[in-house]
Design a protein around this ligand. Structure first.
Ligand code: GDP
Length: 342
């Protein structure tokens, strides 16, 4: 039986931890509810059948990611937070756990928060719906959006208006005429903040970039009558030592794959794709039933050969296949795949 989407079954109530032991971001810290709630599950690699030949796919690579500007960015967010009434956190619907900055919850404590599950065009729709329900049970309003096409974005202002209705009323009660609510966008690099701002402001001021780590200066945008938005550079957690989080970020292109060995990364992705087995994956690389029993590094070679990627002597060009696989996964050509379930 082919599966059209990936699903993992194991639950784990831990959350990715930062290196210094701080607990990861919780999804439940809105102004309504800041009591302790179960944290989001920690992403775990899909288990694959072991064979001696599969050993190469079990190699681990420690991903260290600590751009120097992060501390400065966090200080700036803390400063900017004093200016806003609410926070809109953009996460990647394909990796809702790994694409969250664990510091965001602490940084934004006390601010109403709305979560945008972006890139939902590339995520498995059923899992996205499960995430919306999960977050709603945690008292977090979440909206699936596809900022590229604009799908779902029109729900942003109505949901925000509802969330902030008490605040708007209290401003009015204090005598403010037409109070303007200010919102701050947060998210890790490359999650779609600029694209969202371009969409919502109907201007092309913010610079959407294909590469992570593009920084911008703060600007206010008028979203609609009574709403203004602050464009803030995204933050990735300063350090993490969770292998799976790092891999998921690399698979989706949130962190530069140059920091890792591309072939090893592709092999790790194949470990997952073999389990998920989307029809797109199977058909695109012309894979047979037997191919799914191959160790991942052999499968990568098979993909190279099936795609005519050969080096002199007729050997499979697995490096080129690795780049292709990652590119095609990032472009959702292997199906709408969500790597993390609630
Ligand atoms: P930022 O670093 O958070 O500002 O991210 P960008 O807005 O620059 O977006 C990073 C990349 O993701 C760009 O190539 C966007 O076109 C792409 N992108 C953003 N939102 C979506 C979306 O909803 N769907 C898809 N498929 N791509 C998106």
């Amino acid at each position: 039986m082919k599966k059209s989407s990936n699903q993992r079954s194991k639950k784990n109530t831990n959350h990715p931890q930062t290196r210094n032991g701080r607990s990861g971001a919780r999804m439940n810290q809105t102004s309504k509810s800041r009591s302790a709630k179960p944290a989001a599950p920690k992403p775990k690699p899909v288990k694959t059948k072991k064979s001696p030949a599969a050993a190469s796919s079990e190699h681990t690579q420690v991903i260290q990611w600590y751009p120097g500007h992060m501390t400065k960015t966090k200080r700036r967010i803390e400063k900017d937070l004093k200016l806003v009434d609410a926070v809109a956190e953009i996460i990647d619907a394909r990796i809702p756990i790994s694409s969250r900055n664990p510091d965001i919850a602490r940084l934004t404590t006390g601010k109403p928060r709305i979560v945008l599950l972006n890139k939902c065009d590339m995520a498995d729709p059923r899992t996205t719906a499960q995430w919306v329900s999960f977050l709603s049970r945690e008292n977090v309003r979440a909206i699936p959006v596809d900022c590229k096409s604009g799908r779902g974005v029109d729900r942003f202002v109505p949901v925000l208006t509802e969330m902030l209705s008490e605040r708007i009323e209290s401003y009015k009660a204090k005598g403010m005429v037409n109070p303007s609510m200010r919102v701050m966008i947060v998210g890790i690099p490359n999650v779609g903040k600029s694209t969202f701002i371009n969409r919502i402001s109907k201007k092309t001021k913010a610079n959407a970039a294909d590469r992570p780590g593009v920084t911008r200066g703060n600007q206010w945008f008028t979203v609609s009558k009574g709403f203004e938005m602050l464009d803030t550079p995204g933050v990735l957690w300063p350090k993490f030592d969770d292998q799976t989080v790092g891999e998921h970020l690399a698979f989706t292109g949130a962190i530069k794959s140059e920091v890792m060995d591309t072939e090893l990364l592709a092999i790790r992705l194949l470990d997952l794709l073999k389990e998920l087995r989307t029809s797109e994956f199977e058909e695109r690389y012309k894979l047979s039933e037997d191919d799914f029993t191959l160790p991942s590094y052999e499968l990568l070679e098979k993909i190279a050969r099936n795609r005519g990627m050969l080096i002199s002597g007729g050997e499979a060009d697995s490096e080129r296949a690795a780049y292709t696989l990652l590119d095609e996964f990032r472009a959702a050509k292997l199906g709408r795949i969500t790597l993390e379930k609630p």
